[in-house]
Design a protein around this ligand. Structure first.
Ligand SMILES: NC(=O)c1ccc[n+]([C@@H]2O[C@H](COP(=O)([O-])OP(=O)(O)OC[C@H]3O[C@@H](n4cnc5c(N)ncnc54)[C@H](OP(=O)(O)O)[C@@H]3O)[C@@H](O)[C@H]2O)c1
Length: 304
């Protein structure tokens, strides 16, 4: 049971490969040697057959005996054989293939390392931009930029920098929705008010650098700037007029529109609402009465 184990010779894979290669080379050289000997004997035999035994004595090529050409052709095959054994097999054999493969593997590994390094360098930038986009999305969700306005059936909203109608309930609705919020408007709309509206932060957009306003009114020079100025308001309102509505429609989240069911002459207009982008989520009809000369509807649209 505890008898001595017979020792097995341990040959690793590489050694085995070397041995196999060496055996193959020996066989190749042996075959070449046999070829050479046969060539010598064969050549002598051909010469004897032609000159002594007179086989094909009358057959000549270019005035020379045929055995000369036969030996030359054979010599050519022998030289080809020598070339195969000492050049092709030696330099382009398995070992050569392996070195080429190893070289390619090393090159690939280097390239992979290089790509890894580049990725490591870029990862923080990618992460940062993803984080930035995420925070932008969150910002859009927490702050709801809302357009509020009243437009006729033909989209007219004003004429000669004045409103075209007086609808008491519409004004009440405007007051209650915008109360306590930032209201963003174009310079012309601001000028259409006799004085700033109470309990609202006015943000006026103008291209003029020296535009004077009462205390508390914020002046900006683009809609983007206006939105930034209202960033702490969960629901800033864009209150007009036509030029500003057009720009705000591209970035707003919600529209509170009073649609007055008549056509009016005007010089400022509400932009067309694309229903493939905007979904109507509320619609309340209001009839004519003592305080309202026209029929109208309160419509709410939300971005799809
Ligand atoms: N029915 C409604 O609900 C409603 C609501 C609001 C107003 N309105 C009516 O609409 C009319 C006014 O509208 P509107 O289109 O003529 O004028 P607006 O939009 O009120 O104001 C236009 C002005 O805003 C400034 N502006 C516009 N885009 C700008 C930008 N990208 N960057 C910097 N400044 C910019 C310019 O001021 P500067 O010229 O100073 O550079 C421009 O002249 C009035 O009739 C008003 O009564 C109706």
């Amino acid at each position: 049971m505890f008898g001595k184990k017979k020792e097995q010779p341990q040959i690793d894979k590489e050694q085995l490969e070397l041995i196999k290669n060496a055996q193959k080379r020996i066989k190749q050289k042996k075959r070449l040697y046999i070829h050479f000997v046969i060539f010598l004997i064969g050549s002598v035999f051909i010469i004897v057959a032609n000159t002594v035994l007179e086989i094909g004595k009358d057959f000549t090529l270019f005035g020379k005996e045929w055995f000369l050409f036969a030996i030359l052709i054979w010599l050519f095959f022998l030289i080809y054989h020598v070339f195969n054994v000492f050049v092709t097999h030696k330099f382009m054999g398995k070992a050569w293939e392996k070195t080429q493969l190893d070289k390619l593997i090393v090159q690939q590994k280097l390239r992979i390392e290089q790509l890894k390094n580049e990725l490591e360098k870029e990862a923080p930038i990618i992460a940062e931009s993803e984080h930035y986009n995420e925070s932008l999305n969150k910002k859009e969700k927490t702050s709801e930029l809302t357009i509020i306005g009243a437009a006729a059936e033909n989209d007219a909203i004003g004429k000669d920098n004045k409103l075209i109608w007086h609808l008491s309930d519409d004004l009440k609705r405007f007051k209650s929705l915008t109360n306590g919020h930032h209201i963003i408007m174009g310079r012309k709309t601001f000028e259409s008010f006799p004085k700033p509206l109470p309990n609202r932060t006015h943000i006026v957009i103008t291209r003029q650098s020296d535009y004077n306003v009462p205390d508390g009114v914020i002046i900006v020079h683009s809609l983007d700037e206006a939105i930034k100025a209202a960033k702490n308001d969960p629901q800033p309102f864009v209150i007009g007029g036509g030029e500003i509505y057009k720009q705000a429609l591209l970035v707003a989240d919600k529209i509170e529109l009073t649609r007055v069911h008549e056509n009016f002459e005007g010089d400022a207009f509400f932009p067309e609402i694309d229903t493939s982008i905007w979904k109507e989520t509320a619609n309340t009809f209001h009839t004519k009465d003592d305080k309202h000369e026209h029929e109208f509807s309160f419509l709410t649209y939300e971005r799809r």
